[in-house]
Design a protein around this ligand. Structure first.
Ligand code: TXA
Ligand code: MG
Length: 346
């Protein structure tokens, strides 16, 4: 199959209208999309990804008004979207238009991407566009065009070239159906921020890996029960001390990769080395033997680089990826959740 790779939003909107599948970037990760009004096209997305059929898709809308035509938004939903959208927030709402994919569900996951060009593209398709993250099921989501092309050229009808994802982890998912609003997937918009509008928000224990199981053991969000975000290499989540120790003992830099803060701290504050110029130069020299080392200074930077780093490690046949735990505070919640999932063995 020939894949049209282009920044022409009209051409790529036409493809969606014709029932084709198009990959597009959002501020979180790349999505692989089809018209929400076209069941056969949506089912092709499942086939291409190898995605389990019981895991529904997020419908991407151009505006709050468009969401309201398809779903019961309510006061709370409107306030949330007014505060956090366009942006990395997905709401689960009762569905008004029963013809939308997936037809068998009474609810729809909705979100408005941040980039105005992407919203214009969705508008041109006649919208909405249903899209899971563009990756093979179980693997990390993709955040780089080169990775998208490598995996999907020849498998999808189009790839829209626009600004690449910057947040790097998938949207925060909040369910507004059911008795209490519930956080189904943590992301860049954090539970503390959500609680300003949703004081009774139910937040699962974020130290434990989701799945979020309801009383009947049916997952609230089907996607939470599957293995996720995992590269082929084994991911190890390490405390700051373990991380530093692993640089010195036990791991061969030829087939091990590291992503974390600690060296930045060392160089910046000199708290482990003395602060003399010679000592700093020496520790930098020490780092040069690590071919696969990604240094980050904030949780946000960590999240934005993580998935592309996983991809690069797999390409280089790295066996083990050691990830320093994120810093407590801003950006911790979603990143910690993805790292825990990536480090799960099954
Ligand atoms: O940032 C993102 O959300 C990206 C970009 C492309 O928008 N998309 C994404 O989609 O991460 P996906 O399919 O990988 O994750 C969607 C999550 C899944 O966990 C799925 O189970 C849940 O949303 N979901 C979708 N529809 C649902 C529904 N009606 N009820 C409960 N959960 C739902
Ligand atoms: Mg996904």
């Amino acid at each position: 199959m020939k894949t049209l790779i282009s920044s022409d939003v009209r051409l790529l909107a036409n493809l969606i209208q014709e029932g084709k599948v198009v990959i597009f970037p959002t501020e979180t990760v790349y999505g692989i999309g089809a018209s929400t009004k076209n069941e056969a096209a949506c089912l092709r997305v499942y086939e291409i990804k190898g995605r389990p059929k019981d895991n529904p898709l997020i419908a991407h809308f151009p505006s709050i008004e468009a969401i309201e035509e398809s779903c019961v938004l309510g006061n709370l939903g409107r306030k949330l979207l007014e505060k956090f959208s366009p942006g990395p927030l997905t709401l689960i709402l009762p569905k008004k238009d029963k013809s939308l994919f997936p037809k068998e569900l009474d609810t729809l996951a909705v979100r408005i991407p941040k980039n105005p060009v992407i919203r214009e593209w969705i508008r041109l398709t006649g919208g909405p566009v249903s899209a899971p993250s563009a990756n093979l099921s179980g693997r990390p989501s993709l955040t780089k065009l080169t990775d998208v092309v490598r995996y999907f050229e020849g498998k999808v009808d189009g790839i829209l070239i626009e600004e690449e994802p910057s947040f790097g982890i998938e949207s925060t998912v909040v369910s507004l159906v059911g008795e209490h609003p519930t956080l189904l997937r943590p992301g860049s918009i954090e539970s503390e921020e959500l609680k300003t509008l949703l004081p009774d928000l139910v937040v699962p224990n974020l130290f434990e890996t989701l799945p979020v199981l309801s009383v009947s053991h049916v997952p609230l969000s089907p996607g939470t029960k599957y293995k996720h975000y995992a590269p082929s290499a084994q991911v190890i989540l390490a405390s700051r001390d373990e991380f530093i120790h692993s640089l010195e003992v036990g791991f061969d830099p030829k087939d091990t990769a590291w992503i974390g803060f600690s060296i930045a701290d060392k160089l910046g504050k000199g708290n482990l080395f003395s602060e003399t110029k010679e000592a700093v130069a020496k520790s930098k020299e020490g780092l040069s033997k690590f071919d696969h080392f990604s240094l980050v200074s904030t949780n946000e930077e960590y999240a934005s680089k993580l998935y592309a780093f996983f991809e690069a490690c797999d390409l280089s046949k790295i066996q083990t990826i050691i990830c320093e735990t994120p810093k407590l505070g801003r950006g911790w919640e979603g990143l910690r959740n993805r790292l825990e999932k990536a480090s799960r063995r099954n």
